[in-house]
Design a protein around this ligand. Structure first.
Ligand code: NAP
Ligand code: MG
Length: 404
């Protein structure tokens, strides 16, 4: 069988620890035998980030703008312990944060659904994709303890020096205050990324805030989404047969739990933080969550939602067997390859991505899985396998699907 040809390279961002080990195995066992794999390789492993003063992360993000599609391995975000462990020049910033800032992107997280691993919410039949606005609000706040009595005010000084003032509260006694912000531009980018992704996936889009209480702040989010929808997306949505739906956040939560799933739920920063963990746990496992960063210009960066699985890596280094789940990392590759196939009009490439995803699901549905899933699966006949054997089992099924 001849290998599938690619015309444009994928931006490949390698990473750290157990996921770096798996990365190599996935390429050798599940990709290179089938595809004439073209990638532009960037080593985002912590050693190389340190050696290049983190320039490699910036270069990888710029390359994503050039080629349009990237696939990223999980990477270490250094903390004080890591600085010691790797003898780092400094505590480099989170690569994901750096890439997100350069691409101005929104992160979409989606659970991978397989038979036998049932969502805790019985009505959910299809995935719920969480789109989290990744800028501002409480994550870029300033806060203060107030020693009362005292008056707290909100003051904004414009360029000419003119002040606008509002009283936050007249304190009789001690208390606390907080100031937070967002920007028109960031909310607009968020809205466009959500609308574009909904069209890309042909899924309905839900958005919710607390605009009845927050009549200026949250209301601005609602208005921006509505204005952009009417001006740029209503026709496209109608043609695609999908809908944009806005409601209050509390109503949204109630509806989500009663829904069958199968839509994108756009969330403000804090709501997205909370709801993505809720949705991920309710669907089963972090090892079965994929993640894609989409820029308003339509650049895509695919990855797994989990980290570098450090504990497994140290067992692996000691020569012990591990049972690390590679599904989300494989789906990062298939997401990127399918997108490349669509953009470059190479249907075989997209078809291969579909087959590889099917092979992963079949393996688990036939009772062969990693330890993390054995604990969750309701199948009667199930068997835990090690990291490599799991890939071998996927490959067996992939070969059958490719022959068919
Ligand atoms: P983690 O790598 O997500 O792993 C946490 C635990 O979850 C693991 O110890 C393991 O539990 C389980 N787990 C996660 N993924 C799994 C998989 N694929 N297969 C089986 N089990 C899995 O988080 P962490 O250990 O807190 O963080 C490790 C490093 O990852 C940190 O340096 C952090 O900075 C980085 N990180 C990177 C990203 C990213 O690049 N996007 C995201 C998050 C964290 P058991 O040990 O109980 O088996
Ligand atoms: Mg969180």
């Amino acid at each position: 069988m001849s290998k599938i040809r690619m015309t444009t390279p994928l931006v490949e961002m390698d990473g750290d620890e157990m996921t770096r080990v798996i990365w190599q195995w996935i390429k050798e066992m599940l990709l290179e035998p089938y595809i004439d794999l073209k990638t532009e390789y960037y080593d985002l492993g912590l050693k190389n980030r340190d050696a290049t003063d983190d320039q490699v992360t910036i270069d990888a993000a710029e390359a994503t703008k050039k080629y349009g599609v990237a696939v990223k391995c999980a990477t270490i975000t250094p903390n004080a312990e890591r600085v010691k462990e790797y003898n780092l020049k400094q505590m480099w910033k989170s690569p994901n944060g750096t890439i997100r800032a350069i691409l101005d992107g929104t992160v979409f997280r989606e659970p991978i659904i397989v038979k036998g691993i049932d969502p805790f919410v019985r009505t959910w039949k299809r995935p719920i994709v969480i789109a989290r606005h990744a800028y501002g609000d409480v994550y870029k706040n300033v806060e203060m303890s107030v020693t009362g009595p005292g008056k707290a005010e909100l003051v904004c000084t414009d360029k000419s020096g003119k002040e606008t003032r509002m009283t936050i509260h007249d304190f009789d006694d001690d208390g606390i205050i907080m100031g937070m912000h967002n920007t028109q531009k960031s909310i607009e980018s968020f809205a466009r990324a959500c609308f574009n992704y909904a069209l890309d996936r042909k899924m309905d889009l839900w958005f919710a805030t607390k605009d009845t209480i927050s009549k200026t702040y949250d209301h601005r989010f609602k208005d921006i989404f509505q204005d952009i929808y009417e001006a740029e997306y209503r026709d496209k949505f109608e043609k695609a047969g999908i809908t944009y739906f806005y409601t209050l956040i509390d109503d949204a939560v109630a509806r989500v739990v009663r829904s069958e799933g199968g839509f994108i739920w756009a969330c403000k920063n804090y709501d997205g933080d909370v709801m993505s963990d809720m949705v991920a746990s309710a669907f089963g496992s972090l090892a079965m969550m994929t993640s894609v960063l989409v820029s308003p210009e339509g650049y895509y960066e695919y990855e797994a939602a989990h980290g570098t699985v450090m504990r497994h890596y140290y067992r692996h280094l000691e020569g012990h067997e591990t049972s690390t789940n590679s599904v989300a990392t494989i789906f990062a590759w298939t997401g990127a390859l399918r997108k490349r196939g669509e953009l470059d009009n190479i249907p075989e490439l997209s078809k291969f991505a579909d087959n590889l995803e099917k092979a992963c699901k079949l393996t688990i549905e036939e009772g062969i899985m990693t330890k993390d899933l054995v604990a969750l699966s309701v199948l009667e006949d199930k068997k835990a396998v090690n990291t490599k054997d799991f890939l071998i089992e996927i490959k067996k099924r992939l070969d059958k699907l490719c022959e068919a």
